[in-house]
Structure formats: structure tokens, C-alpha cells
Design a protein around this ligand. Structure first.
Ligand code: PBG
Ligand code: ZN
Length: 322
């Protein structure tokens, strides 16, 4: 008889043969920075997540820094939105000012600037529009400009989430032309048009004003196309490729990690977070156990970077387990 139970006999033996480990350094914490003063605003649909104005950022940044997580994924919420998303690529825009502030005070943290227009456009789409069409090529220079201004401000990495074709290449060219050939790009390579983003859109005030994002984000039914998206981001120069959301797309993570010898990131998105928090608040699940189980699943599938709103709790729990 095959006796699998021999290696499950006690915790020490189980730990010896465990195939997957979580490391606090795997984690990136997303952070919303809002224009204005003295703001710490709860995001209703995401318990434990807040929007901070720059003057209140230290409250969370001290905790992030001490937690040992690797870095931040930064989202700006501007005071002013317009059709062209001007604040996104304003050298003095909200996210650029936040980056400058954080870079100076928390040099250990990797600052990753999310590159997209949807938080900055009055129509809420990720690119420029003409009527109800979302324009691809006209959007690229604006994304490139946003990336350059964020790196000028001190960003260590940029992560285009717009899902325009050619975004990574446009950003790579612009960074190189500005002497930033050593700044990596993390592509939101396989980003699906998912129902799991709705709490984020509350948090960032970025819900599309008309239609939806299905003409640029991926069809949820397509796993094979996802691999072509990942491959294409690599060809365009992405250094890290991402699959988003995480849990419903672990097949894509697994396939990507087997096909490409590049670091794979997963974005454990807002809706995934909110579902866990809601069930935990009702006492229906054990939050710590469920969250860690989800992270082990992501790593088993092949992810090496985990972007998650649970990052600070995860750091604490991983430290407890060690
Ligand atoms: C913006 C962006 C979104 C997310 C990350 N960047 C929202 C969207 O595409 O609508 C989702 C993150 C989350 O749900 O946690 N392009
Ligand atoms: Zn967007």
C-alpha cells in the first residue's frame, strides 16, 4: 500500500516536505492616494482599506514599511477629471506628488506606479474616447507620458493596466528615450474583463460612465488567448507579467509559468478581497486560514509576486507561522 500518511504524521515532517512557501517579500500592497488635505476615507466595499491624502500617508506607510512587504502599487485619485485624463501625466499630479513624498521617506519600498487613465478621465474609460469608441493608438503616448512623469518623480517600476495593444512597447520606448532603460515594466498582461473589480471602482471612482471594458480587457472565456497576451507583453519588453484576477484564473497562471521563464505576478483583486472580508465578518470562515490557503494556491500555480489588499495581515500571519 502507498502510505501517504507517513509524511503527514506531525507538523515537523509536514514542514520538511512542504512544496510551497510564502515569503513576506512576495507581497505588494496596493495603495489609494487622494487629492486634498487631512483625508483618511474608508472604502465602504473593502473593509480595512482607506484612501489617504498625502499629509495622512505616514499612518499607513509606517505600517507598510515595518511589515516587510516588498512595495506598493500606487493609484491616484485626482481632484479634477477631464476627457483626456490630464492629471494622469501631469508632473505635479496626485500620483506623481505621492511618489515623490514616499520615495524620499521610505527608500526601502519598491514604488510601482499603476499606469492607466481611468481614474483620471471624466468618462471612466482607460483610454481616450471618440463617441463610444475607446481609442487605442491615440492613448499610447499619454500612457507613455504618465510612465515617464511617474519615474521622474521616483517610481521604481511601472505597471500599465490599460489593456491597450502596444502599451508596453510604447512605455519601454519612452522610458529608454528618457534615460530610464533600467526601470522595469510589469505588464498587466492577461487582465480579464471581470466582475471582481467593482469594489476597486468604488475605491478609485473609476467606473466607466458608459458601456463596459470588454472591448479592451480580455474575454473571461479565453485561456489560450491569455497566453498569447502574456507572450506579446514579453515581446514588447515586459520584465514581469501579470495575471488578473488571481483565483478564478489560476489555470492561466500555471500555463504562463510553464511556458515563460519570467516572473509571474498575480493581482488578488478587490472583489476577491471583499468576498473574504464579508464572509469573515459574518463568522462564516476563518479569515487567516482562507487567505493563506488562497496565497498557497497562487504560488502552487506558479506566481512569484502577489499583489493584495491582505498584504499587511499576511505579513503578520506569516511571521506568526514562522
Ligand atoms: C485600472 C485598474 C483596475 C484595477 C487595477 N487597475 C480596475 C479596472 O480595470 O476596472 C482593478 C484592481 C482591483 O479590482 O483590485 N485600470
Ligand atoms: Zn484603467
Amino acid at each position: 500500500m502507498n502510505r501517504f500518511r507517513r509524511l503527514r504524521i506531525n507538523e515537523s515532517v509536514r514542514n520538511l516536505v512542504a512544496e510551497t512557501q510564502l515569503n513576506i517579500k512576495d507581497f505588494i500592497y496596493p495603495l489609494f492616494v487622494i487629492d486634498g488635505k487631512n483625508i483618511k476615507e474608508a472604502v465602504e466595499s473593502m473593509p480595512g482599506v482607506f484612501r489617504y491624502s498625502i499629509d495622512r500617508l505616514d499612518e499607513i506607510l509606517k505600517e507598510v514599511d515595518e511589515s516587510g512587504v516588498s512595495g506598493l502599487l500606487l493609484f491616484g485619485i485626482p481632484g479634477h477629471k477631464d476627457a483626456r485624463g490630464s492629471d494622469a501625466y501631469n508632473p505635479d499630479g496626485i500620483v506623481q506628488r505621492a511618489i515623490r513624498y514616499i520615495k524620499e521617506r521610505y527608500p526601502r519600498l519598491i514604488l510601482i506606479a499603476d499606469i492607466c487613465l481611468c481614474e483620471y478621465t471624466d468618462h471612466g474609460h482607460c483610454g481616450l474616447i471618440s463617441g463610444h469608441t475607446i481609442l487605442n493608438d491615440d492613448t499610447l503616448p499619454l500612457l507613455a507620458q504618465m510612465a515617464v512623469t511617474c519615474v521622474d518623480a521616483g517610481a521604481d517600476m511601472v505597471a500599465p493596466s490599460d489593456m491597450m495593444d502596444g502599451d508596453v512597447e510604447a512605455i519601454r520606448d519612452a522610458l529608454d528615450a528618457n534615460g530610464y532603460e533600467n526601470i522595469p515594466i510589469m505588464g498587466y498582461s492577461a487582465k480579464f474583463a471581470s466582475g471582481y473589480y467593482s469594489p476597486f471602482r468604488d475605491a478609485a471612482g473609476s467606473a466607466p460612465g458608459f458601456g463596459d471594458r470588454r472591448s479592451y480587457q480580455m474575454d473571461i472565456r479565453n485561456g489560450r488567448e491569455a497566453i498569447r497576451e502574456v507572450e506579446n507583453d514579453i515581446i514588447q519588453g515586459a520584465d514581469i507579467v501579470m495575471v488578473k484576477p488571481a483565483l478564478a484564473y489560476l489555470d492561466v497562471v500555471k500555463e504562463a509559468s510553464q511556458n515563460f521563464d519570467y516572473p509571474i505576478a498575480v493581482y488578488n483583486v478587490s472583489g476577491e478581497y471583499s468576498m473574504v472580508k464579508a464572509a469573515a465578518a459574518n463568522g462564516w470562515i476563518d479569515e487567516k486560514r482562507i487567505v493563506l490557503e488562497n496565497f498557497y494556491a497562487m504560488k502552487r500555480a506558479g506566481a512569484s509576486v502577489i499583489i493584495t489588499y491582505h498584504a499587511l495581515d499576511a505579513a503578520k500571519w506569516i511571521r506568526e507561522e514562522a
